[in-house]
Design a protein around this ligand. Structure first.
Ligand code: FES
Length: 160
């Protein structure tokens, strides 16, 4: 099979084909297929949902239902840099909300969204295990501590 979407390259479609091919006959393999397809494409544009549905011979609405149910799967594209602001208790009381508010105001994205240029995506997450550094933020795996609404933009400048 092959399909078309400006979000997905020909190479990605071929990889998705092999994912489907490998699991097509396995009962209950949808989650595995979705996980592997997301590793290839990064998220689920509508065209990909329909393609997988056709390949696995199940209704697209069922595939959409699974993708939207599990937080593991994303219906929006991810940015080149993933910002995860901890909103666990220690970080919350020390101003995590203000940090998120400053990022949202500067880059025009709410939690769960990605900037149009794909530079950043933003997520609020539970305790990242750095409570002593509260409020903490993780960007592409780098932990930043004692982040404030004032310092956060300076930190983000380093990530293009
Ligand atoms: S609550 Fe934020 S790191 Fe633990």
């Amino acid at each position: 099979m092959s399909c078309c979407s400006e979000e997905i390259s020909q190479e990605m479609w071929s990889e998705v084909d092999s994912v489907i091919e490998r699991h097509r006959e396995t009962p209950g393999a949808l989650i595995t297929v979705l996980r592997e397809a997301q590793d290839v494409v990064g998220w689920f544009p509508q065209a990909l949902i329909e393609y997988i549905a056709k390949g696995m011979n199940i209704p697209a609405s069922d595939v959409f239902g699974v993708v939207s149910f599990y937080s593991l799967f994303s219906l929006t594209p991810k940015g080149r840099n993933s910002i995860k602001v901890c909103t666990g208790t220690a970080c919350y009381v020390k101003g995590a909300r203000e940090v998120i508010g400053r990022i949202s105001g500067e880059y025009g994205i709410a939690e769960g969204e990605t900037t149009e240029d794909r530079r950043f995506d933003l997520e609020g997450v539970r305790c990242v295990g750095a409570c002593g550094l509260a409020p903490a933020m993780v960007i592409n795996g780098d932990v930043h501590g004692d982040v404030t609404a004032d310092s956060v933009l300076k930190i983000l400048e380093k990530y293009s």
